[in-house]
Design a protein around this ligand. Sequence first.
Ligand SMILES: C[S@@+](CC[C@H](N)C(=O)[O-])C[C@H]1O[C@@H](n2cnc3c(N)ncnc32)[C@H](O)[C@@H]1O
Length: 452
Amino acid sequence: MDELKTNVLYFGDNLEILCKYIPDNSIDLIYLDPPFSSLKSYNTLFKESDRWSEAQIKAFSDTWTWDETVERTYYDILRAAPPHIAKLIDAMHSVLGDSNAVAYLVMMTRRLIELRRVLKDTGSLYLHCDPTAGHYLKLVLDYMFGPNNFINDIACYYGTGGVDTSWSGRKIDTIFLYAKSGNHFFNPQKDESYLERRRGLSNTNIEHNESGYNTRNSMSDVWDIPGLRGSQNEMFGYPTQKPLALLERIIKASSNEGDIVLDPFCGGGTAVVAAQKLNRRWIGIDITHLAIGIMRNRLKDGFGIDADIIGGTVDLAWAKALARQDTYQFQWWALSLIGSQPLGEKRKGADKGIDGVIHFIDNASGGVKRVVVQVKSGHVGVNTVRELKAVAANDAIGVLITLESPTSPMKVEAVDAGYYRSPIYDKDYTKIQILTIEELLNGKTVDMPPSP
Ligand SMILES: C[S@@+](CC[C@H](N)C(=O)[O-])C[C@H]1O[C@@H](n2cnc3c(N)ncnc32)[C@H](O)[C@@H]1O
């Protein structure tokens, strides 16, 4: 195995990435927020300057069925896992059968075996889940880490969502905290939200002192960290996105500056962003291009970091294979190469022919303009450029991303569209720009005024 790389995003199945790239005893802190086995599909929403777009695209599905991969993983566990874990999974399978719950548990157990392997002896693991499958996961964690290394069952009170009149509404997630050994690092954190509440209340009977620590116990197992609401700046639309305050608390409590934080199901990258902010090294893994693209842009916008993406060779042959397998994933990936927001499947009216947009501000009064983007993975011709010209007529710039090289008539048709003149930058930008995937992979970008 090569030397461990940090501050990188891995694209792919975390099981494969962990086995291939992450050495034993190398990670200080693991936070995982896997799908909770909710039997739902989650969509990503996108912000359009000051409001949420109606466009959504499927980010990931959280339904687990007993299929060939699960069956193979199940037999791997029986054959190669530590015997007590193999016995536990076998027992659960004999009671619950080839059910969705056991399929989920098999998938999680195999990954938790690798996560324990890569954790340092002084390290901690936080597993974020909810009551759907938390009780099963706790059994696996107890068997895997040993009940003595169970540190806490944190009730994360998120407080969002409506009132459930039929029954008591669910307002907490569960975070299980385990250490690899008795030597784990721990730096208790003040309960800032408690302090804020207390400052606003004259009368309280909660037993805390002014420092924010509980008088009996320096850090309690109830964390009052409100879930994200659509209006918050921090919210950028990734489904199940967790608050930065939560991840900052975990990272401060269980790591030091320079330590390595791993999130193997990192989605929109909250753990990665919090780690970067707090001067930790980080490794993020996700199985979708959508999540990797979102994280890459979040790191670029927030910290000016152009993160390395590892996992599979991303070259022209790979892009062609992706386009053959899944047109939508290809489209989102191509859009992420130029920092464009995908418009998703529910486009309306004039936006029907557009796959993505990039906004920019281009007049003294702060007016927002758009670059509209089309992605074509199949055959293209002069008509493709004519269509884009029509679609982009009311926008500043139109961009066509193609797998195939453009023909000469396509280039002539594009040049014929002229220029967009920027009043702020006092500069002309080509109105219709054709960029091939090969050019984008070689670093070419859209020629446009800076995007905020
Ligand atoms: C609940 S979301 C994580 C949200 C994240 N904590 C945030 O704040 O944005 C779970 C993520 O796990 C990813 N995922 C699911 N199975 C995976 C696997 N086998 N390997 C890597 N990532 C996976 C999904 O694509 C999804 O982005």
